[in-house]
Unconditional design. Structure first.
Length: 290
């Protein structure tokens, strides 16, 4: 099963038989004061540079979130998406819980974008899925509902089934629904990763859908976060995850190594190309910092 996303000129296929897809996470002002200030001030040049950096590090899709308190998100998302569409050719992932923001972002986005996200909550299903259908977009489905985040893999699977069924009733195919089994920090629950990984296994077995992860959530509140994130993501890829909203500069090497070990990289060419490009980017960033 393949999910197709399209940008201005680039098409991305997400699937279990394809290389793992990184969705760049950094155009999200949550916890990023400099980015929030740039959005508030209309500093589009800084945001453009941030987007280009993520693509250079291997992001094949860009997550775009303009959730700054007090900001006119509707006008901001339009300006931002139009600006990025002019200079960036990868598909966009429109990230908002506000249907009005999503509608404007989807209208401005070229090609076939991704919506982040819908859940099993009745209000979200009723407001987000029609936007996805009307635009001909794809959507990430979060395995939570009006009762919150389920504690067991089986309960999360049931929420995924509900989302897929409701999408199908609107004419949205399962290929265009990427399920997110939810990643919670192991710092507060030592079984959190295990539940997510078991859910990945069930989703792959029962529905064969594409699976997204917010991988960096797993290590929140713990030291040496990149090590935990890399270990978790490697396990998830082996079990069937096909894409992740993540920082490509920190986890790109892990992703390329996992693809290599799973036989998705003939003659190690993608790994070697990425390794050489990463060396150059690190040298460039060090020179700028110095």
């Amino acid at each position: 099963m393949h999910t197709t996303l399209k940008g201005k000129s680039k098409e991305i296929l997400i699937g279990i038989d394809r290389p793992f897809v990184m969705i760049g996470e950094k155009i999200n002002p949550t916890g990023r004061k400099k980015l929030a200030a740039a959005m508030a001030d209309g500093n589009m040049e800084y945001i453009r540079q941030l987007a280009e950096s993520q693509v250079a590090w291997g992001a094949e899709v860009l997550d775009i979130n303009v959730g700054v308190p007090g900001l006119d998100e509707v006008s901001t998302v339009k300006k931002l998406v139009e600006m990025l569409a002019f200079s960036i050719d990868v598909p966009f992932c429109l990230d908002s819980a506000n249907p009005d923001v999503l509608a404007v972002g989807l209208a401005a986005a070229p090609g076939k974008p991704l919506v982040n996200s819908v859940s099993g909550e009745e209000k979200k299903l009723a407001t987000i899925l029609p936007l996805v259908k009307e635009r001909g977009a794809a959507v990430i489905g979060l395995t939570m509902d009006d009762n919150g985040i389920p504690k067991t893999p089986e309960e999360r699977l049931a929420v995924a089934e509900k989302i897929l069924e409701r999408a199908a009733k609107l004419g949205i195919s399962s290929e265009d629904v990427i399920i997110d089994p939810l990643v919670l920090t192991v710092g507060s629950d030592s079984r959190a990763a295990l539940v997510t990984l078991q859910t990945v296994e069930l989703l792959r077995k029962e529905f064969g859908v594409n699976i997204n992860l917010g991988a960096s959530n797993i290590s929140f509140g713990l030291p040496e976060r990149p090590t935990i994130n890399a270990a978790f993501l490697t396990l998830a890829i082996q079990l069937g995850a096909t894409c992740s909203i993540t920082d490509p500069a920190k986890l790109g090497q892990t992703v390329k190594a996992a693809d290599l070990l799973l036989g998705r990289d003939d003659n190690s060419m993608r790994y070697l190309k990425y390794f050489r490009a990463a060396e150059g980017l690190r040298a460039k960033e060090a020179a700028l910092a110095g």
